[in-house]
Structure formats: structure tokens, C-alpha cells
Design a protein around this ligand. Structure first.
Ligand code: ADP
Length: 169
């Protein structure tokens, strides 16, 4: 297994799967969600709508997979991070579920690489240090069969510095 840390825009990556920090309506939004839909084009949103029509909104901690439109990735996995409410509302478990369920979908798809943004650390307000600890612990604890590379993509310096010390200390 190879774990990588990158700073920048997740939409530019050539990996099999790009993970999106979506909201439960899967209808797109700001932050990384908006960037993925802008760069990927309308086919992603179309498939998101079909999924919601069939299954309803995506619950927090769950993940669904769609096409990747114009992105270089093969697929996008949309996962719904928890909104930070102080830490007493099972936010850590929900965030761990996001990483776990995304990796599970990637394994089912038999892909070899996946890139994660720092789920919930934008408008959802999860403290960055705590979110990174959950992310790294969950991914490191996962038993991989097909996936050979996991990329943690940080967009801001603060997350990048936190991940640097967690991954390379
Ligand atoms: P959430 O609602 O889960 O908090 P956000 O999109 O607001 O989602 O933020 C999640 C993280 O994604 C934040 O750390 C933000 O800096 C980061 N981010 C925003 N745009 C991009 C992008 N283009 N590529 C990678 N990460 C991004």
C-alpha cells in the first residue's frame, strides 16, 4: 500500500476514484463538491439525481458511486460527511464511516487508486486536526485487496501541515 499526500485541486488528479464531500441531497454545493461538478460536467449530477430518485437522500456517513464525466478519474464516490456539532453527536463515527464506505465501494469496483479530500473540514466545520486523525486512522486500518494507492488531497495549508505531521512523523 502506498499513501500519498498532495496539496491542490482534487479535480485535476489522474486516479481511478475521486471522492467528493457531498451533501445528502447529492445536488452539488460549494467547496470541493462545486469544483467536482464544475470540472466533471453535467453527467455526474444527472446520475446523482437518478440515485436520489431511486434511493432518497444519501445519509451521513454513506457513499454512492457515479460516473466521473470529464474528469480524468474513472468514477466519483460521493460521501456525506457529518456537520460538526461539538463532537457529542457521533461525528467521529460518521466521518470514519465516510472513509470506510468509500474504500469499500472502491474495493467492490476493483480499482487501484483513490483520492480523498479533507471531508467535513470546510463548511461542515469539523476541526481539522481531529478530522485528519479520523481519516488517517480509518484508512490505515482498512484491509485492502485491490486498492494500491490512497491519496490525501489537502486544499489549504493548515490541513496540509496537519497531514504532513500525521503521515510522516
Ligand atoms: P464539507 O461540507 O464536507 O466541509 P467543503 O467542500 O466545504 O466540504 O470542504 C471540504 C474540504 O475540501 C475543505 O478542507 C476544503 O478546503 C477542501 N476543498 C475545497 N475545494 C477543493 C478542491 N478543489 N480540491 C480539494 N479539496 C478542496
Amino acid at each position: 500500500m502506498k499513501f500519498e499526500l498532495l496539496k491542490g485541486d482534487i479535480t485535476t488528479l489522474e486516479v481511478d476514484i475521486i471522492v467528493n464531500a457531498a451533501n445528502s441531497s447529492l445536488l452539488g454545493g460549494g467547496g470541493v463538491d462545486g469544483a467536482i461538478h464544475r470540472a466533471g460536467g453535467p453527467s455526474i449530477l444527472k446520475e446523482c439525481k437518478e440515485i436520489v430518485d431511486e434511493q432518497g437522500n444519501c445519509p451521513t456517513g454513506e457513499a454512492v458511486m457515479t460516473n466521473a464525466g470529464n474528469l480524468k478519474a474513472l468514477k466519483v464516490i460521493h460521501t456525506v460527511g457529518p456537520v460538526w456539532k461539538g463532537g457529542q453527536f457521533k461525528e467521529a463515527q460518521a466521518l470514519a464511516n465516510c472513509y470506510y464506505n468509500s474504500l469499500k465501494l472502491a474495493e467492490i469496483a476493483e480499482v487501484s487508486s483513490i483520492a480523498f479530500p479533507n471531508i467535513s473540514t470546510g463548511v461542515y466545520g469539523y476541526p481539522k486536526q481531529q478530522a485528519a486523525e479520523v481519516a488517517v486512522k480509518t484508512v490505515y486500518g482498512f484491509v485492502f485487496n485491490h486498492v494500491k494507492k490512497v491519496v490525501f488531497v489537502c486544499y489549504d495549508d493548515q490541513n496540509y501541515n496537519i497531514y504532513s505531521s500525521l503521515l510522516f512523523q
